[in-house]
Design a binder for this molecule. Structure first.
Ligand SMILES: Cc1cc2nc3c(=O)[nH]c(=O)nc-3n(C[C@H](O)[C@H](O)[C@H](O)COP(=O)(O)OP(=O)(O)OC[C@H]3O[C@@H](n4cnc5c(N)ncnc54)[C@H](O)[C@@H]3O)c2cc1C
Length: 493
């Protein structure tokens, strides 16, 4: 008889795990709180416009390709490679920097600010590459049995990298570049981890290698939600069951096994093996009611920032926009030091605009643009009241209109806003923290909530708050690591 795995949540980590498991001969059932799959990788369709709700691009495309090979499948969606990777504008300046992968073209952007940029960038990327190559398989793509096992693995990392453990991303970048614009632009990637260059370890400068050299960034033909649709189609074809609009709030247990999970209406779902794609810390605290993850402990953990996201359909083409656009201010250091906790940073916000209709014209009616704005904000630990949400959105749209030289207010055809409160309510993100637990030293690897349960032998975890961490490629790696454990403990037949 087939082994059955019950997966709680249909984020990318859950879906990818289910895909591999079903291909190996497991029976797979999903239980999802929302009415459609994808978790943070989701989609809004409204008034003729289509928006990706969360991820709008990703790195490490090879992780997806290799994973599909492991599932004996062709990649079920098409990558669109981005070059330039993104564009950056500083408040008060007419100049737009285009971040090309070609170092010579990139250097030309900074000719005035950092004349020897090319040489410095090559040296910087050499170090980023070494960091990536010396840690990826050992630390990022590995399961750890316990803290001792993790620390032993760390000993295999070349000791020449030790100094970067004691530096911030910002300090590291500053030691290579002198111009303020270059420092800001190169350190932007730290924000992609949900914190800032000022509190992210320099070891994550390996991300500069992944973005500029190793693989770059990608979008998906048809929009990011194509990833979810194509995996779900395959899962349904293979016989997976999906139950939506169902939130798991409790478990039934017998000795060291879970026998069933229970939803908010009291319905029980019995099973043999359980995989939680709900946040690995919150599930332990709020569903398993485990003291080590109670509300007081959760509040003491370090969480990533919140995001104010809004989805705007505009009745006009905006040729002055690129696909991925960053709009920065003039007080980077002050801003970054405060953005996690101080709502006043929203007086002069920094933000990102994704114009999905640039590469997926079907996402907007003819002659229109679909715009997705992301603004880093304090999560619900530090900003509880969002009654000013519309004023904040309007102030960003005013700033945006000034920067692109078009008043977009009269051209807005549709508008949807998610504050951290919506992100929390929809996907059970702790206080609306966009990327889950932060990636500080004491919350990564063997210190992160493990992908197997401490007590129940048949409960495992996948997703952003267990190993290895946040982002789409990490969700795929997380699925590889969690399913390796399941296959070892409970072979398919
Ligand atoms: C605004 C934003 C922008 C981002 N941009 C990017 C980007 O450009 N590139 C990138 O690589 N990454 C990006 N990310 C990060 C990326 O979206 C996440 O790291 C990844 O999608 C997380 O996947 P996951 O497997 O952890 O599942 P999640 O997406 O967290 O999904 C978990 C699922 O479990 C469900 N669930 C939770 N609790 C329960 C319960 N008790 N019962 C039933 N169901 C439950 C939720 O509803 C959800 O569907 C972004 C994130 C955000 C918020």
């Amino acid at each position: 008889m087939k082994q059955k795995v019950t997966i709680i949540g249909t984020g990318l980590g859950g879906l990818a795990s289910g895909l591999w498991l079903i291909k190996q001969g497991y029976e797979v059932e999903f239980i999802e709180k929302n009415d459609k799959p994808g978790g943070r990788l989701n989609q809004i369709k409204k008034d003729g416009f289509t928006f990706d709700t969360g991820p709008s691009f990703f790195s490490m495309s090879y992780v997806f390709k290799e994973f599909m090979e492991k599932c004996n499948m062709e990649l079920p969606f098409k990558f669109v490679e981005l070059d330039p990777l993104y564009s950056v504008n500083f408040r008060g300046s007419n100049k737009t920097y285009h971040l090309y992968k070609d170092i010579k073209k990139l250097a030309a952007q900074f000719q005035e600010q950092e004349p020897d940029f090319e040489e410095k960038m090559r040296t910087y990327l050499k170090k980023s590459k070494a960091l990536f190559e010396d840690t990826f398989d050992i630390v990022i793509r590995s399961n750890f049995e316990n803290l001792f096992d993790y620390c032993t693995s760390l000993l295999r990392v070349n000791p020449k990298h030790l100094p970067v453990l004691f530096k911030t991303f910002w300090q590291h970048v500053n030691s290579y570049f002198t111009s303020s614009e270059v420092r800001q632009i190169i350190s932007l990637v730290a924000f992609f981890l949900g914190r800032t260059p000022f509190d992210t370890m320099a070891i994550y400068s390996l991300l500069s290698y992944t973005e500029f050299q190793h693989d770059g960034y990608y979008n998906v033909e048809g929009g990011m939600y194509t990833i979810v649709n194509s995996i779900v189609d395959e899962l349904i074809k293979c016989g997976a069951q999906f139950t939506y609009n169902t939130e798991i709030v409790d478990v039934e247990r017998e000795a060291k096994q879970i026998t069933a999970v229970v939803d908010s209406k009291g319905n029980r779902y019995s099973g043999a093996i359980f995989l939680s794609n709900a946040d690995a810390a919150l599930f332990r605290g709020r569903v398993l009611k485990r003291a080590k993850y109670d509300e007081a402990h959760l509040a003491k953990m370090e969480w990533t920032m919140g995001y104010l996201t809004f989805y705007i359909g505009v009745n006009e083409k905006l040729p002055q926009l690129n696909l991925h656009n960053y709009y920065l201010g003039t007080n980077y250091e002050e801003y970054a030091l405060n953005v996690l906790k101080d709502p006043d940073t929203l007086q002069k916000p920094y933000y990102y605009v994704n114009a999905i209709s640039k590469c997926n014209p079907d996402c907007a009616p003819e002659g229109c643009e679909s715009l997705f704005f992301v603004c880093p904000v304090p999560n619900g630990q530090y900003k509880k009241d969002w009654s000013d949400r519309d004023q904040i959105v309007d102030s960003i749209l005013t700033d945006f209109s000034e920067r692109i030289g078009v008043d977009i207010f009269p051209k807005i055809a549709t508008r949807t806003v998610y504050t951290p409160q919506e992100w929390e309510a929809k996907f059970n993100l702790y206080k609306g923290s966009g990327l889950g637990l932060s990636h500080k030293m004491m919350q990564i690897g063997g210190f992160r909530p493990a992908n197997f349960d401490e007590e129940f032998k048949n409960l495992f975890y996948v997703g952003a708050s267990t190993i290895p961490g946040a982002s789409l490629p990490m969700a795929i790696i997380s699925a590889e690591l969690a399913t390796q454990r399941i296959a070892k403990a409970f072979p398919a037949y």
